[in-house]
Design a protein around this ligand. Structure first.
Ligand SMILES: Cc1cc2nc3c(=O)[nH]c(=O)nc-3n(C[C@H](O)[C@H](O)[C@H](O)COP(=O)(O)OP(=O)(O)OC[C@H]3O[C@@H](n4cnc5c(N)ncnc54)[C@H](O)[C@@H]3O)c2cc1C
Length: 385
């Protein structure tokens, strides 16, 4: 959205994978390469780029780097930023720089300021990424999923903590709340998910015996807290469970036919220990403003996606949902969390940046002014004005 006018660049046509450097486990690509296409091209070589956003079929690697996108497996593998080794960036004055050491194929460096990190998550406010050098890893040979159903949110929150305390590092833990479960059942009647307050999907990956050990361990730890627990390492069952999870974004609409999902206050991240109280408070906020909210998310990292359903033609509902977003952002900060776990700031969240960062926001502004003194790169985003 060009709030101040200007030129919008579409980099979709810059979609070439330039080189897969297999021995050094890295890939050079243009920013418009779509995430799913990158991993499809790498799969026959047995390697992958592990960040895994739900938007895999449309997210570009340039956009993922620019928002520091995370996704389901970030708890084990980290967000996109952990996998960016270097970037070619066109700066606002037209000069082209290469971050991560010019011509380097090394996987690490401590030579100076980490400029790559500066452009990761900058949402295009500091320059345009024209090439990325991304780190890769071998595809884990096995996966399993543990499914657990909980009668109350608190037990689901405790199950996450106890899994880590038991020494297991799942590659993903996803939560669906009671409304999401209802929504999936309405959207896909064959799914028949039971009506419980929360469902968790734990994924473990690695070598086959290790995966079975991990899955049994998670099931054993979670069983005393859950209504029902089962695990499977059968690829078809795993695919079916991930399908249920992937439907949720679209399915939520089924809770209120004809409604629109409001993307504000939809991406908070809180400490894992505070997830149950955060989930309860989100429900209270929804009740207070009479807006139905269904919440799902990457619970292992504390990233929650409350989905607010409104009638977008009703100005009163728009007014109320903006109040909901205000309250949810304030809640995230009160819980010692952040207003955005993975989607980025853009324009919608810029008013909350001062509250989240305090004086550190001024340091960010100084960097912005040093690199982009005329303010031509993605103006009116990220910084409040
Ligand atoms: C259905 C759905 C599910 C999602 N699930 C997840 C999820 O699980 N995890 C997650 O992290 N995110 C998720 N997202 C949001 C996700 O962050 C974005 O989809 C994706 O990372 C952005 O990529 P994009 O190519 O769409 O970028 P865009 O939306 O086009 O751009 C994002 C920002 O980056 C800037 N930008 C883009 N390319 C460049 C470049 N080359 N140089 C400089 N700046 C650039 C843009 O100006 C903009 O500010 C989801 C989105 C949807 C719609």
């Amino acid at each position: 959205m060009a709030f101040k006018g200007g030129i919008i660049l579409s980099l979709n046509a810059m979609n070439r994978i330039l080189e897969v450097d297999e021995p050094n486990l890295q890939v050079f690509c243009e920013p418009g390469v779509v995430h799913a296409q990158l991993n499809a091209a790498l799969k026959p070589r047995g390697i992958l780029f592990p960040p895994d956003p739900g938007s895999t079929k449309m997210a570009t690697v340039g956009g993922m780097a620019s928002t520091n996108a995370a996704g389901m497996r970030a708890v084990k593998y980290g967000p996109t930023g952990a996998w960016v080794l270097g970037l070619d960036v066109v700066l606002p004055d037209g000069s082209l720089i290469e971050t991560g050491s010019a011509g380097s194929r090394a996987k690490q460096s401590s030579a100076g300021l980490e400029l790559t990190k500066l452009f990761v998550g900058a949402e295009g406010t500091l320059g345009i990424i024209t090439r990325l050098r991304l780190k890769l890893m071998p595809i884990p040979p096995a996966r399993a999923i543990v499914t657990a159903l909980f009668d109350d949110l608190e037990s689901a929150g405790r199950a996450v903590q106890e899994t880590f305390a038991a020494g297991v590092s799942p590659s993903a833990i996803e939560i669906l709340d009671e409304r999401c479960i209802r929504a999936i059942n309405r959207y896909r009647p064959g799914m028949d998910l039971p009506p419980v307050e929360a469902m968790l999907l734990f994924e473990v990956d690695g070598n086959p015996p290790g995966v079975r050990w991990d899955a049994e361990k998670v099931a054993g730890v979670v069983r005393p807290l859950a209504h029902k627990v089962e695990w499977s390492d059968e690829p078809q069952r795993i695919a079916a469970l991930w399908e249920a999870r992937s439907l949720v974004g679209a399915a939520i609409g089924a809770l209120r036919p004809g409604s629109n999902r409001a993307y504000c206050g939809e991406d908070i991240c809180v400490p894992v220990s505070r997830i149950p109280e955060t989930l309860r408070e989100i429900q209270e906020i929804g009740k207070r403003y009479r807006i139905p909210i269904a919440t799902y998310g990457h619970i292992a990292g504390g990233n929650l996606h409350p989905g607010h359903l409104i009638d977008a033609s009703n100005p009163d509902e728009i007014r109320r949902v903006l109040q909901v977003a205000d309250e949810i952002h304030a809640l995230a900060l009160r819980m010692n969390g952040t207003i955005t776990g993975e989607h980025g700031v853009g324009a919608v969240r810029s008013p909350y940046m001062r509250h989240e960062h305090g004086l550190a926001l001024e340091a960010m502004r100084q960097i912005k002014e040093a690199l982009d003194p005329k303010g031509i790169m993605n103006p009116a985003k990220l910084f409040p004005n």
